[in-house]
Ligand binder design. Structure first.
Ligand code: CA
Length: 94
């Protein structure tokens, strides 16, 4: 498997719903901010509703997962949680 040159890999599979490029630390290199949503997969899918009637559970039945900031260190990316860098904690599920 080919690895991305910038070091931005998923590792644990997350449900990412949006991303934006910005210069977070104002060093002239673009950083990547990824917004994640819920801790959901086919393996932890929950069933809600009455017996015999499969319904989709509410997003509130799942745990939100943190957003990620990939800091561009001039050729390689390092992943950090924005909440550890002085910003308010973020989670994809509001
Ligand atoms: Ca930067």
């Amino acid at each position: 498997m080919r690895r991305p040159a910038a070091g931005v890999t998923g590792g644990r599979k997350l449900w990412s719903v949006a991303a934006a490029w910005l210069d977070y630390d104002r060093d002239g290199d673009l950083d990547l901010f990824v917004v994640n949503y819920l801790d959901w997969s086919a393996g932890n899918n929950k069933l809600c509703g009455m017996e015999g009637r499969r319904l989709t559970c509410s997003p509130t039945d799942y745990t939100g997962v943190p957003d990620l900031l990939y800091r561009n260190d001039g050729g390689a990316a390092s992943r950090t949680s924005p909440s550890r860098r002085g910003s308010p904690p973020t989670s994809g599920r509001a």
